[in-house]
Design a binder for this molecule. Structure first.
Ligand code: MGD
Ligand code: MGD
Ligand code: MO
Length: 759
């Protein structure tokens, strides 16, 4: 097929209508409420649009399908949701349009690929199983049983189980995730890449060898007690809006807040609570005491600067700054760490962080004057080549003052997808722990594979090299979310079969293997007979979720049912009664209870309102090595850019959930009507002779190879010199597959070396 007849893996390269406003100085307020309502009513009839809101995040209700921020343990307001949760829900519950058989009959795959991601989002839910046969131009309906048989046929003829890949996105609930990993392992592979590989993998990789657990150590209660909160590389106003209520109450109590971010994000500057009268009227609580506009990838330098400032203060007033008792009892390697830090020069710290020494010292002072500190972070720390080292520097600073495992203090990697943490707990990982493998083998009387499976980047490499025959995706949008999209497209096309279990149309349905299946599933908000499912939020609380809406189509199945049916078709001779699991999820929970520590009496504890906390060794100060947390020693490793190059971060707008594009505005940053923009410092614009809104092409550079994304409008923005920002997924073609974080292998989506040319 000629290239022009092949479906394009990327969004169309064309402009809409960019309008620029002044960036907002605070988040939420009335515009957030009206925006929520507008989105809800756009997508559904009024009855359906508003009903689920009353049940959202209520005890006994369903879990918001947006982010993983926890719900309060105690009293909940009747509307425990945020603007972006409302958008996620509106997207899921939409019934104005749908992608049914007649939709796919009308639009060829090629035609669909020429539409934008936003257009795809507006087409509504997928309603019945569809197949794209070899050489076909259109998807056609297929029965569920024929779909299972096709998957079984393709999986049964491959040479080795490792020629199949089983991807998971983090909306997948515990019961489905547990069955899915069991199925993959019974089939014989640990090829279980997940969205975490592109997300908080670096956090897990940093935390496990130091504090002994790959999760955070705080709960919402700690936010009520803490004296200072540091927020690194996170934009909660957009991505975790409910976190702003916690920040606001902390601030009102007198806690100090420090934001570390190359952009002045509205949600970090101030918050007008949309459920308070004063908030609706636009009266915002200022949030930050210090705002450090660090250079992209400059956090490691900043953290070293803060550590130096702490040591200085300690030497001026010995015994008052460091928690010597904690260091002696609970850590190791302090002396070696201190010696290594002393060699680092302030000049390098200032150069690499782009900050002034007094700014760093002011942040350090807030840190050491507080009796308890929480540090939060998200993708601004995890998607760089030195992400793991940077997060370990953050651990170091917490160890210096015993800020882990005491009330009001701890580490808080703020997760993305609503059940991404639970999926890992359920065994969605390429490197299962021995204890887990032993327990799984015992429970199901088999010998699970022990060879490490392929993560996201390794799976793409294997697909590109023609080594993968079947690609199965439980949710997500593998094609658009991953780096180096053109290489991914090439790899997916080499597969015999690609399968997507999805709720909404996306580009992974359009760039496919020789044959492709779409298996549509129920959303969180929809009734699943009388069954409920369970999820784990960002703070390790496991709770139930039960939808209350009539499913959008009678042909939909739940994720656990789809996985059970596929497993039964593929592993026909096996002894597990998969259909029993699909009929009664409490049977899955019984097996979870027997396989995974912390789930004792699962079925009875899950009925407790609000759920239960999982054990967390670090909260009890039982750390990684013989109970101690080692200090980690890392060198500064600056990225070397030439004079004409900039460092690009790929970020989310206010109107998207990852690759799902709800709208084309980014209200808080003052961007309206266009996503193809690149945010630049005025000086960098001038140095390149660029005028406001000038069309440019972005070219990334990696080991002598160039990648290009055409047509972005250059805009002058408050961003450090030498730094640039643009939205994901339009820029994923620029992210080199080979450029990943050390140890975690996470694509470096926040440090892409680019040059800019006039278009
Ligand atoms: N509405 C909505 N909610 C979401 C999502 C969504 O797309 N939409 N996605 C969900 C998912 S899966 C995730 S992982 C989270 C993501 O949540 P975030 O991590 O908040 O998302 P990003 O837009 O990637 O934002 C990264 C932030 O880091 C900053 N940053 C970039 N590089 C650096 C750096 O080098 N240093 C520092 N200090 N800061 C930097 C950027 O300016 C930006 O403010 O949100 C989850 N929630
Ligand atoms: N350049 C760049 N790339 C990035 C990032 C970045 O910051 N920059 N961030 C990375 C991060 S943090 C993440 S987490 C990944 C996200 O990667 P993914 O999780 O793979 O992508 P999503 O866009 O969240 O997936 C959206 C699709 O999920 C499906 N879906 C929604 N709800 C459900 C459900 O309940 N069940 C099922 N089965 N399907 C459902 C819908 O069909 C929808 O089209 O992207 C990563 N990619
Ligand atoms: Mo994520």
């Amino acid at each position: 097929m000629a290239d022009s007849q092949k479906p394009a893996p990327e969004n169309p390269e064309k402009f809409s209508d960019l309008r620029l406003n002044k960036p907002a100085q605070s988040a939420a307020g009335l515009p957030a409420v009206t925006s929520s309502l507008r989105h809800a009513l756009r997508a559904s009839s009024p009855g359906r649009a508003l009903k689920p809101w009353l049940n959202l995040n209520q005890k006994g209700g369903f879990d918001c399908p947006s982010c993983a921020w926890p719900d309060p343990d105690g009293h909940r307001t009747t509307t425990e949701f945020c603007e972006n949760g409302a958008k996620a829900l509106a997207s899921e519950t939409s019934n104005r349009n749908c992608c049914d058989a007649s939709f796919f009959k009308k639009h060829s795959v090629l035609e669909l690929s020429e539409k934008s991601d936003h257009w795809h989002e507006l087409q509504g839910r997928l309603t019945e199983p569809m197949i794209l046969s070899e050489g076909a131009t259109h998807y056609k309906p297929i029965s569920w049983d024929s779909a299972y048989k096709l998957i079984a046929d393709e999986l049964q003829i491959i040479q080795s189980p490792n020629e199949a890949v089983f991807y998971t996105s983090g909306r997948t609930v515990n019961e489905a995730a547990f069955l899915y990993q069991l199925f993959a392992r019974k089939f014989g592979t640990n090829n279980l890449p997940d969205c975490s590989n592109m997300c908080h993998e670096s956090s897990g990789a940093a935390l496990k060898p130091t504090i002994g657990i790959s999760k955070g150590t705080v709960s919402l209660n700690d936010f009520e007690k803490t004296e200072a909160i540091f927020i690194f590389g996170q934009n909660p106003g957009t991505n975790h809006p409910r976190m702003l209520s916690s920040l606001q109450s902390a601030k009102r109590r007198g806690a100090k807040i420090v934001a570390i971010n190359p952009l002045k994000e509205a949600g970090l500057l101030g918050f007008a609570h949309p459920q308070e009268i004063s908030g609706i009227l636009g009266k915002a609580t200022p949030l930050t005491n210090e705002y450090l506009q660090v250079k992209i990838n400059g956090d490691m330098a900043l953290l070293k600067g803060m550590q130096k400032a702490l040591l200085d203060a300690e030497s001026k007033a010995p015994g008052t700054v460091l928690d010597q008792e904690f260091i002696k009892q609970h850590t190791s390697g302090f002396t070696e760490w201190k010696e290594a830090l002393e060699v680092i020069a302030w000049d390098d710290i200032l150069e690499q962080s782009g900050l002034k020494r007094d700014e760093i010292e002011a942040a350090a002072k807030i840190y050491y004057e507080a009796e308890s500190v929480i540090s939060c972070w998200a993708m601004g720390l995890t998607q760089h080549s030195t992400a793991v080292a940077t997060i370990q520097e953050l651990v170091n600073i917490h160890l210096l003052r015993g800020n882990i495992g005491k009330p009001g203090a701890g580490l808080c990697p703020v997760r993305g997808h609503s059940n991404v943490q639970g999926d890992r707990t359920m065994g969605i990982t390429t490197q299962p722990a021995t204890d887990f493998i032993d327990a799984l083998g015992k429970e199901f009387s088999f010998t699970p594979p022990t060879q490490k499976g392929m993560d996201v980047v390794e799976s793409i490499e294997a697909m590109r090299d023609g080594k993968i025959k079947v690609m199965f995706c439980l949710g997500g949008n593998f094609l658009s979310a991953t780096p180096d999209v053109r290489v991914v497209a090439e790899g997916m096309r080499k597969c015999q079969l690609t399968v997507q279990v999805s709720t909404k149309l996306n580009r992974s349905h359009l760039i496919t293997g020789k044959k492709a299946l779409i298996l549509p599933c129920l959303g969180r908000s929809e009734r699943d007979g009388d069954q409920f499912v369970t999820v784990e939020n960002s703070m390790g609380i496991v709770h139930s979720s039960r939808g209350n809406l009539e499913p959008i189509s009678q042909s939909l199945l739940s994720e656990p049912a789809i996985i059970a049916n596929v497993a039964e078709a593929v592993l026909a001779k096996e002894d597990i009664t998969w259909r029993e699991y699909a009929k009664d999820y409490s049977k899955i929970r019984e097996s979870i209870e027997r396989t995974i520590p912390g789930f004792e009496n699962f079925e009875s504890r899950i009925t407790e309102p609000g759920g239960f906390y999982l054990e967390n060794c670090a909260k009890n100060r039982k750390f990684a090595i013989e109970g101690r947390a080692p200090f980690s020693v890392h060198d500064l490793e600056p990225l070397k850019l030439s004079k004409d190059q900039l460092l690009l971060m790929t970020i989310r707008s206010h109107d998207q959930f990852n690759t799902t594009i709800y709208g084309i505005n980014d209200r808080y940053r003052g961007i309206q009507g266009e996503r193809r923009v690149v945010f630049l410092n005025q000086k960098d614009m001038e140095a390149r002779g660029l005028k406001p809104k000038q069309p440019v092409n972005l070219i990334s550079h990696w080991e002598g190879k160039q990648r290009k994304a055409n047509l972005f409008l250059a805009i002058s923005y408050n961003i450090p010199n030498g730094c640039a920002a643009a939205y994901f997924p339009e820029t994923n073609v620029l992210v080199p597959l080979e450029s990943t974080a050390k140890i975690s292998n996470t694509p470096t989506s926040k440090s892409i070396i680019i040059t800019i040319e006039a278009a």
